[in-house]
Design a protein around this ligand. Sequence first.
Ligand code: ARJ
Length: 417
Amino acid sequence: MAGKIKDIKLAPTGKLKIEWAEAHMPVMMALREKYSSSKPLKGMRISGCLHVTKETAVLIRTLVAAGAEVAWSGCNPLSTQDDVAAALYEEGIPIWAWHGLTTAEFYWCIEQTLLQKPNLTLDDGADLVFTIHNQHQELAAGILGGSEETTTGVHRLRAMADDGKLLYPMVAVNDAETKWDFDNVYGTGQSSIDGILRATSILYAGKTMVVAGYGHCGKGVAKRASGMGANVIVTEVKPTAALKAMLDGFRVMPMDQAAGLGDIFITATGMKDVIVSRHFEKMKDGAIVCNTGHYDCELNLKELSAMTTTKKEIRANCMQHKLKNGRSVFVLGEGRLVNLVAAEGHPSEVMDMSFANQFMAMVFLTQNGSKLEKKVYDISAEQDQEIARLKLKTMGVSIDTLTEVQIRYKTAYSEGT
Ligand code: ARJ
């Protein structure tokens, strides 16, 4: 059967994990139930490039239940949960993913998912879309559209669209309110802390934690770290974001200053070279450094290596760098997303909404892709609200509805004080 994974013997554990995720993803299960008889994705060949986790497995099963044929690869060399990949492979999903792939293997896996000549693509970080645009332009004509999961991926696609380089329409799943306002904030907040704890088992209370970036992800991390008793320092380049951090009660300063103060550093900026040699040089002995952004360029580990005399893996995902200045700096998860490398990624409850958007984006592109321009489209406001409504329903929460009079009032410009 098509695919390559680490070890099929891991399948039983993977299956249990997926079951656990399904029990915590009621919106996805409702969508699966709703669309498994009408099969709106029948005839669709979806190539997916997204972290192979128990939550992604729930998305894959739902796409298949709705009629799609899928071929999958992971979107990060260190984020694949090998037991989940084994379970999916055993179920007959063509999947090329294992933990610890080299860069060459990473792109080889993507290439394998393209052999089916997809008519839809599903990305996290846009590496699949880039591969099609750079190496397989011939496939673009057969592709109705694609979706993108994360902030940095969406930024790049918008830049491509602005330059007229995009070869087929894309849906920005990240930009749905039911994605970024929950996944990026509460998901990243909890799972990054989880990753740091699994890799280090340190006490948070009383530590100084430097959070680079106060976008949605950084905000979530800062909030959760402070809830555990850490003193949070935020670094930013955007004045309004820095102001928000100040008014949320955090200290704000440049990284040059924060470098000497932090016990734990985490980058959540989507930008490269956020922590470089001059910062590592200033860090306290024992400082812990990690990244939760999609790409692994936020920490300049090349520069760190040049300053390192010896390296030792102290625990899983925790590498001691002994520096020429005599101090040690500990890097978690090789500077890749600490929440997915050292922990299991965001909790299922949050991915429930992100992946509901992914699923609906696939249905939308199937039905409308041929009429769309080569642009980046947002999820519709109606779909966003519908997913939130469904989520609330599964939580047993009901809310008020506007009356006719109130609806008229909303847009009435004759009624003032
Ligand atoms: C799959 C996950 C998980 C998880 O939605 C999140 C995002 O934008 C990413 C950037 O790469 C990671 C993705 N994410 C977080 N947690 N994807 N399963 N459990």
